[in-house]
Design a protein around this ligand. Structure first.
Ligand code: ATP
Length: 439
């Protein structure tokens, strides 16, 4: 159907559409920006909320074996000592001797991408955690880290979750929230940022069952990417070889995607054994064991499977997958083919003319639709064709046109984003009709 090129020009088109239509803006733009920081605009925040809400439904509220938390971003720094982040959460940093560009040694192909020279300093480990101070003194004792992942809170809160929910194994703890990494080379739009959002699950299990649970979660991740609308041929499930895996992980699968800038990570799935809970037991002195309620003698530190999803990368992939161009009556149009559940605006209400005899009832209709819980946009400026194009460009599934006939026949025209077919629907059946079509 679509013959949109998937090369770097697709990223340019997308970044420009995102800015023009209010999905994603450059952060702090009026002050010249802040390198690689991005703000989600009015449509972007709706899109992001829809993605997070669907994830929550699929992985938390529709399952009987999941609970969730919302932990503080700032945690006791001992957490990051226990987890190993203080000692080892680093990337190898080199500096170009000619232009002083700072680069990641593991991503370098022998030549400085900034100036083309080939001489670099020795690589040194650069810790990726962002640091700040709590309270009025700025000394070592006041140092805290902005969390580099949401995951550790699920281990740190394990005892409290277990005691308050009386869960039996296997069960999972989920969390959606911000994470921060002082990335050496952020970039590629929202792909790699220093402040981003994660949706993570720690699924606690018995050691002997790890392989079955790992397969289950791999299957669930495949269902999720299908729901996002990702074409299977653009996905790669890469088993990470022993030498590249964290030493405590017995298996890691990276879910990779063919971005216009290459095949790179979208999500990760890792079997982390009982390493984290074990380390927190050791460092905190708290007991982080599970006791079998049917056999009190069976007491152990549970193992864990960790499916980890980036919110921003989900959004980027959803945008890339939705982007399409086609031709209507000899004119080209851009259309975002979001799955209906994801579309930031579900219905646009468009009076055929700005005259108050049409605009007043049309505004009333728009309000009725808002109160029926649809995300609605009302637009009365410019020609109806231009207004359709504007809605196509933000992926609105349905446009409802209120015309002069509507005043006498009590019906409106509903236009479909993908087929562009138009049907006449009586006003008193409109809510039901749209609900059915969106379902
Ligand atoms: P990468 O190899 O791309 O740096 P990672 O392996 O360090 O990623 P994880 O630590 O596994 O990433 O983090 C889990 C998920 O969080 C990733 O799969 C990705 O979706 C997201 N993520 C990680 N780092 C960033 C970032 N800097 N910007 C946006 N999303 C990120």
């Amino acid at each position: 159907m679509s013959n949109v090129s998937r090369g770097p020009e697709l990223m340019e088109k997308l970044v420009s559409l995102c800015k023009r239509r209010g999905f994603v803006f450059p952060g702090s733009e009026i002050y010249g920006g802040l390198a690689n920081s991005w703000d989600y605009g009015p449509l972007g925040v709706e899109l992001k909320n829809n993605i997070k809400m669907m994830w929550w439904k699929m992985f938390v509220s529709r399952r009987s074996d999941m609970v969730a938390i919302d932990a503080a971003l700032l945690m006791n720094p001992k957490v990051w000592e226990a987890s190993g982040h203080v000692a080892t959460f680093s990337d190898p940093l080199v500096e170009c001797k000619a232009c002083h560009a700072r680069l990641r040694a593991d991503q370098l192909e022998g030549v400085c991408p900034t100036c083309g020279k080939k001489e670099f300093t020795e690589a040194r480990a650069f810790n990726l955690m962002l640091r700040t101070w709590l309270g009025p003194t700025q000394d070592d004792a006041a140092v805290v880290y902005l969390r580099p992942e949401t995951a550790q809170a699920m281990f740190v809160d394990f005892k409290n979750v277990l005691e308050t929910t009386r869960r039996r194994l296997p069960f999972g703890v989920a969390q959606i929230g911000k994470a921060f990494r002082n990335e050496i080379t952020p970039g590629n739009f929202i792909f790699r940022q220093r402040e981003f959002e994660q949706m993570e699950i720690e699924y606690f299990i018995r050691e002997e069952e790890w392989e079955a649970h790992f397969e289950h979660w791999l299957g669930e991740m495949k269902k999720w990417v299908a729901l996002l609308g990702v074409k299977p041929e653009r996905l790669h499930y890469v088993d990470i070889p022993d030498e590249d895996r964290a030493f405590y992980s017995k298996r890691t699968v990276d879910v990779e995607y063919d971005y216009p800038f290459g095949q790179k990570e979208l999500y990760g799935l890792a079997y982390r054994t009982n390493y984290d809970l074990g380390k927190h037991e050791e460092h905190s002195g708290a007991e982080l064991k599970y006791t079998n309620p049917d056999d009190q003698k069976e007491k152990f530190v549970p193992h864990v499977i960790e499916p980890s999803f980036g919110v921003d990368r989900s959004l980027l992939v959803a945008l890339l997958e939705a982007y399409d161009e086609d031709e209507v009556d000899g004119e080209s149009r851009v259309v975002m083919r979001f799955p209906y559940w994801m579309a930031p605006v579900k219905v646009a209400v468009l009076p055929l003319s700005k005259k108050s005899e049409l605009s007043e009832p049309a505004q009333k209709l728009a309000q009725q639709l808002r109160e029926a819980d649809f995300a609605v946009e009302y637009d009365e400026t410019q020609s109806i064709g231009k207004r359709y194009r504007r809605q196509d460009e933000i992926g609105t599934p349905f446009c409802v046109t209120f015309d002069f006939d509507s005043l006498t026949d009590g019906a409106v025209t509903v236009r479909d984003r993908d087929t562009m077919a138009q049907v006449r629907v009586p006003l008193d059946k409109l809510v039901t009709e749209i609900k059915q079509r969106l379902a």
